[in-house]
Design a protein around this ligand. Structure first.
Ligand code: FES
Length: 504
């Protein structure tokens, strides 16, 4: 039996039929609604909440845990189309001559950014950025791989979703895919596999080897090129980004860091790079955090504490709805500075917290604190949230320490810290150092690269020898697999500390 379903978001309304027993999330995905479903539908993240209205009642439910049982209306929010904080799309250009066009695509797990390039003179004709349309299938790459493996048509579904989104981004810039001479993609290894229709499952299982490192050679799809991958978790986004940074030509030894859903890093310079990746998880994207959200309107993006108390900034200047990655790192840094979070990561309750802080806190059932950021108490941080962020920051910090150790270097031997990616661009390095995620010693020598992956993809289209350079650079990268690595296992628990207890 099928039922009549009406779906409404702030931007559109759709009417469709759904079979009895069909999961609400499946209906929303099928109809192309970009709902947040961070855990990929496993009922673990609580992010897929929608309002379900039937003849009998109206209630808030998890879309992945409820089924169609009668005619109904689903009210949902969409992330797609929301402003992307760090990649503002340029105005749509007037494209008149289409023969020389190509496009560079930064294929991120969370966002996709496309740039149209005129090959005749290398000029940029327009940029479009959106949240990755695969978001309803999970916030992180592992959830996406699971979707690919759990359903016979999973890989094809995700491939079609991202290819359709690419076509729509191009259409928004006034061109069609067939107008392009080339589309050059720089993304992590799993995203590139899914785009190409290659099975990403081997990357999610030991020994984590991809099906292909040079995906373009494997698929031989005309007019489609991919940046070469170093390993299952060091992908084309890193080779393209390293090329754009120019680091491989410099006589310096620096650290290149791209913190997204995974933390990818490379240490080196002209003599080559040692690379690794850590599962920092989607916490910095706001997923898995009670009041976490992407960097959209309504997200608290920065938090400070001065003599007058707590101050925070909200994207769009509207009332706070949640808190995004940069705000979470700031908030954690403030809580560490105020000693509301202990060095070992305990969020203190109101009785244990320093004077003047009790008004922000309540005690949970385990005797830990809940920290209320907003006056209306709608945005808060729990002890479990602190734990998630602690795991994420410890993974990044431990990865850095292992790279240093295996290179025989000390942090003071490094010339600079290059930070790639939109989140890195917006994160306050002082806060990241305060919580122990990046070395304090490097905060005065930081180069913010912005979207280095996109810049590398553009270079691959416009510079005659760029693809050769990319291949050489990829050969100059050595990879360390950290799962099971003894040094990483030693470092990780050490890096769980936010600060030494007697440290001012
Ligand atoms: S709880 Fe439904 S997608 Fe995570």
């Amino acid at each position: 039996m099928s039922f009549h379903v009406t779906i409404c978001s702030a931007k559109r309304k759709t009417e469709t039929l759904a079979n009895e027993g069909e999961q609400l999330l499946a209906v929303l995905r099928r109809e192309g609604f970009s709902v947040t479903a961070a855990c990929g539908g496993r009922g673990a993240c609580g992010k897929c909440t929608v309002t379900l209205i039937t003849a009998e009642k109206k209630r808030r439910v998890l879309a992945c845990r409820n089924k169609i049982t009668c005619d109904c209306t689903i009210l949902t929010e969409e992330i797609r189309g929301g402003a992307i904080l760090y990649e503002q799309a340029a105005p749509v250009p007037a494209v008149t001559e289409k023969k020389q066009l190509a496009a560079a695509l930064d294929l991120g797990t969370t966002t996709v950014v496309l740039e149209l390039v005129d090959l005749s003179d290398g000029s940029r004709k327009g940029t479009a950025a959106e949240w990755n349309a695969q978001a309803p299938y999970g916030a992180d790459v592992i959830s996406r791989v699971q979707f690919c493996t759990e359903r016979a048509d999973g890989l094809l579904t995700l491939k079609n979703v991202i290819r359709k989104q690419t076509d729509e981004l191009l259409e928004g810039l006034g061109v069609k895919r067939s107008d392009l001479q080339d589309l050059f993609i720089a993304g992590n290894t799993i995203m590139q596999h899914i785009y190409a229709g290659l099975d990403p499952l081997p990357i999610a299982r030991a020994p984590f080897k991809p099906q292909a490192y040079f995906i373009g050679d494997e698929t031989q799809e005309s007019g489609l090129s991919y940046a070469p991958c170093v390993a299952g978790y060091v992908g084309g986004d890193i080779t393209a980004g390293l090329m754009a940074s120019g680091l491989y030509e410099k006589k310096e030894r620096s650290l290149y860091l791209d913190i997204g859903t995974n933390g990818e890093m490379a240490l080196g310079g002209a003599e080559g790079f040692l690379c690794c990746a850590v599962a920092s998880g989607p916490a910095f994207e706001g997923a898995g955090i009670t009041c976490g959200m992407p960097a959209l309107e309504g997200a608290v993006s920065h938090v400070t504490w001065n003599g007058d108390g707590l101050k925070y900034e909200v994207i769009g200047g509207v009332p706070a709805k949640g808190i995004c990655g940069s705000g979470l790192i700031d908030l954690l840094a403030v809580l560490c500075r105020m000693r509301i979070v202990s060095g070992s990561g305990r969020l203190l309750g109101p009785d244990d917290a320093p004077e003047g802080c009790a008004e922000y806190l309540e005690e949970d059932e385990n005797g830990n604190g809940v920290f209320y950021l907003t006056e209306d108490r709608s945005v808060f941080l729990t002890a479990a949230d602190v734990r998630q962020l602690q795991l994420a920051k410890a993974a990044v910090a431990a990865g850095i320490r292992v790279l240093l150790k295996k290179s025989g270097l000390d942090v003071n031997d490094l010339d600079r810290l290059y930070i790639a990616g939109g989140f890195g661009n917006y994160m306050d390095p002082g806060s990241a150092a305060k919580i122990g995620m990046i070395p304090e010693e490097l905060t005065s020598n930081i180069v913010l690269l912005g979207n280095a992956s996109l810049a590398g993809a553009r270079m691959a289209l416009t510079l005659p020898d760029a693809r050769e350079r990319l291949l050489k650079l990829r050969d100059a990268c050595s990879y360390i697999e950290l799962s099971g690595d003894a040094d990483f296992n030693d470092e990780f628990p050490e890096q769980m500390y936010f600060y030494e207890e007697d440290d001012d």
